[in-house]
Design a protein around this ligand. Structure first.
Ligand SMILES: C[S@@+](CC[C@H](N)C(=O)[O-])C[C@H]1O[C@@H](n2cnc3c(N)ncnc32)[C@H](O)[C@@H]1O
Length: 174
């Protein structure tokens, strides 16, 4: 379930380019993508990680310690939609990475975008869904297709879909 190494390097580069201080991750698993984002944060930066699995994120915590990043990562174990809804409504997030349940992506977009600062970025993984995003009736493919259509038509953002690994959909707030 872990992202590809080139996606990890890309996330680190994005965080550095943006001088990101406030980042949010939806879907943490064993912690690799979080390490990539946290490594790219500016001094004093913080990454909030959302996941529901105590088992997988226990491994994440271990590797964050080894990477010396535990002081800049906060983990919240709860359905991500609840965590996001509980965040301040102010637009202060620089960078968000979404890689959890695909049918939830639309709701995550709705919660993240108002909390993103202008020029902030949301990155969605699995935008290609193995190619099946084009015409599959699988619920995840349908949700990912609907999200891509929504983001591309949304006047609040600039969007680009990159064919890196399983596809990254980027939405930059105008
Ligand atoms: C694809 S994995 C994330 C991989 C991770 N980004 C990485 O690169 O290592 C998806 C994760 O989303 C979590 N997840 C699934 N549904 C969730 C939900 N509703 N709220 C929060 N986390 C969820 C799962 O527990 C799993 O750890």
């Amino acid at each position: 379930m872990q992202i590809a190494v080139e996606q990890g390097a890309f996330l680190t580069m994005l965080a550095r380019l943006m001088h990101a201080r406030r980042a949010v991750e939806v879907g943490t698993f064993t912690g690799y993508s979080a390490i990539c984002i946290a490594r790219g944060l500016a001094d004093g930066g913080r990454l909030l990680c959302c996941d529901v699995s105590e088992e997988w994120t226990a491994i994440a915590r271990r590797y964050w310690m080894r990477a010396g990043l535990e002081d800049r990562i906060e983990l919240r174990l709860a359905p991500a939609i609840d965590t996001l809804r509980g965040l301040p409504a102010t637009p202060e997030i620089d960078l968000a990475f979404v890689d959890a349940d695909k049918t939830g992506y639309g709701a995550y977009y709705d919660e993240l975008l108002p909390r993103l600062r202008p020029n902030g970025l949301i990155v969605f993984d699995n935008a290609l869904w193995g190619g099946s995003v084009v015409d599959s009736t699988d619920p995840s493919a349908v949700a990912l297709r609907a999200l891509a259509d929504r983001v591309h038509a949304d006047p609040r953002v600039d969007a680009v879909l990159l064919g890196v690994a399983d596809g990254l959909l980027l939405a930059r707030k105008r």
